[in-house]
Write a protein that binds this ligand. Structure first.
Ligand SMILES: CC(C)(COP(=O)(O)OP(=O)(O)OC[C@H]1O[C@@H](n2cnc3c(N)ncnc32)[C@H](O)[C@@H]1OP(=O)(O)O)[C@@H](O)C(=O)NCCC(=O)NCCS
Length: 161
């Protein structure tokens, strides 16, 4: 199954104001760690979040609407030999439940495609993050490694092309 892209939304490089906005989407340390990983410090301001999220190999992107407002955020990186791994996926809390995750993942996958070859898409999620697991399974991701430390599952699916 190929998810649907919402043509109103575009991907661009994150700007400092995006990170400030992301801090307002995170309610507490638990939410920060579910989103960005178990070692994410909290609370943070925008510059602190940009620094905490920085990883050499990751390519962060903002999904914005026609007015430039931040709708969602996510990263991808290449995992040799042929995996694109998504990370730090998050949708504006006011826009959840509208399948914006489909557009985010498809756009990130298309962007990754422009920079390298991959046959597998991958992401990791806390097993009890029911909304995320529900979305990813609907998008065709299946569990490839069972629950590891910190109750994290790895999910994969074939590339969309
Ligand atoms: C996980 C997440 C990215 C999903 O994005 P989304 O665009 O809302 O995804 P969907 O529209 O497919 O909704 C997924 C599920 O969320 C639930 N949901 C529905 N409306 C919702 C709302 N208003 N608010 C929150 N969750 C809602 C539903 O169970 C929905 O599944 P269903 O439509 O099959 O019933 C988003 O919930 C999010 O940003 N969560 C916080 C950050 C996070 O946990 N990221 C994952 C890291 S791996």
């Amino acid at each position: 199954m190929t998810p649907t892209v919402d043509a109103r939304f575009a991907l661009r490089k994150p700007e400092p104001g995006d990170y400030a906005q992301l801090t307002r989407w995170i309610s507490d340390a638990h939410a920060a760690q579910r989103w960005a990983g178990p070692n994410t410090p909290w609370p943070l301001d925008g510059p602190g979040l940009a620094l905490a999220l920085h990883r050499e190999q990751a390519r962060p992107h903002a999904l914005v609407d026609a007015t430039g407002s931040l709708i969602a955020f996510g990263e991808y990186y290449f995992k040799p030999p042929a995996i694109v791994r998504f990370a730090r996926l998050i949708v504006n809390p006011a826009r959840r439940g509208q399948r914006i995750i489909d557009t985010l993942i498809l756009r990130l996958a298309a962007e990754a495609d422009r920079h390298g070859a991959a046959n597998t898409l991958e992401l990791a999620v806390f097993a009890d993050n029911a909304q995320a697991v529900r979305a990813y399974k609907r998008l065709g991701f299946g569990v490839c490694k069972g629950i590891l430390g910190d109750d994290i599952m790895t999910l994969q699916r074939a590339a969309f092309h």
